[in-house]
Every structure is written in structure tokens, then in C-alpha cells.
Design a protein around this ligand. Structure first.
Ligand SMILES: [Zn+2]
Length: 181
């Protein structure tokens, strides 16, 4: 019985230490040099009005996470499309592959295109929607309204993405593969 309890304590201690180790990696190296980093490519050529916004959205994620890195380039598994009407959404496996659709009508209504793209990239990185969240969250999406221009994930969202890709391309036990909007 005592041994069993010690074992449980050890598991709990590991769970506490892992996030700290992740922080140390960020401080000591660049994101692309992290040991387990998953390099993903995205292709935004089918969204010609939002090329710089797509790059900025990817840069925002790259600055916030250490286990996955997004670059524009060939062989892309994330393909960004520009559409009009129907809303912005994503069709994705929730783990690095998918199609992102940015709705020009939503942008015309005042929604920030960089925020939209960072949100949809978040789905490709395994995050679900959280519309009731504040503007400081990227996955709150259109919940806070078009006046919300924040395109940066918060610390909790970044930690979840790092956890989703902690095993490289292998699916993590905590992976959330929710999709759409
Ligand atoms: Zn969404």
C-alpha cells in the first residue's frame, strides 16, 4: 500500500515538472531547435489577400510554442483558402493537417483577419473552440465580437499546443481533435 502511494506521488511530481522543463527549452534555444519540434508547412497562395496576415498568425504561434513550428513553404499540410460567405472555418485532423477557409465577408464586417487565421491554425494544432472565453484567448474566436483584434494565443492555449506535440507527430493522449469554426 505504501509503495502504491509512493508511485502515485511520483506520477504527480512528473506532471508538475514537465511544464517547467518546457519553459527551460524555450529560454535556452530557439523554437526550431527544440529537440522534439514538429515542423509544419502552410500554403497561403490560395488566400492572396491575406498572405501577410497568414505569416503573422504563424509567427504569433511560433513565438508562443516550442514543440511545433509553422513555416510557409512547399509540401504544406495546412492549406489556406480565401472564400466569400459561409464563415471562416477549418477542416483538420487537429494534429498538423487541414484546410483553412477565411471568409472575406467576415473580414469586411470588421473581424481581424490575423486573428481569424491564428484561430483556425489553433484548430490545426489541436485546440477546440471556446467562444465564451475573453479576447485574450485566440480560441474564443468571434465570441468577444469584431472589436477584438488580439491574434496571440494565451499561455494556457500555448501550453496545450506544446502538450499536443510533445511526442512529435505521435498523437498525444490529450489530443483534442475538434474542428470547424
Ligand atoms: Zn474555431
Amino acid at each position: 500500500m505504501i509503495q502504491h502511494r509512493i508511485g502515485r506521488f511520483a506520477v504527480a511530481l512528473t506532471a508538475v515538472l514537465l511544464p517547467l522543463a518546457g519553459v527551460q527549452v524555450v529560454a535556452a534555444t530557439t523554437a526550431s531547435a527544440a529537440p522534439n519540434v514538429v515542423n509544419l508547412q502552410y500554403d497561403s497562395t490560395d488566400a492572396p489577400d491575406y498572405l501577410s496576415e497568414a505569416d503573422q498568425a504563424a509567427a504569433n504561434w511560433n513565438g508562443a510554442v516550442s514543440n511545433v513550428h509553422l513555416d510557409s513553404g512547399g509540401g504544406a499540410t495546412i492549406v489556406i483558402h480565401e472564400v466569400t460567405g459561409g464563415g471562416s472555418y477549418t477542416q483538420t485532423d487537429g494534429h498538423g493537417s487541414g484546410d483553412i477557409y477565411i471568409d472575406t465577408a467576415q473580414v469586411a464586417e470588421g473581424n481581424d483577419p490575423t486573428r481569424i487565421l491564428a484561430h483556425e491554425m489553433g484548430h490545426n494544432l489541436g485546440l477546440p473552440d471556446h467562444y465564451t472565453g475573453p479576447c485574450t484567448e485566440i480560441m474564443s474566436g468571434h465570441g468577444p465580437g469584431p472589436s477584438c483584434k488580439n491574434a496571440m494565443p494565451d499561455a494556457q492555449e500555448s501550453a496545450q499546443v506544446d502538450q499536443n506535440f510533445a511526442n512529435g507527430f505521435a498523437t498525444s493522449s490529450t489530443l483534442v481533435s475538434r474542428v470547424y469554426r
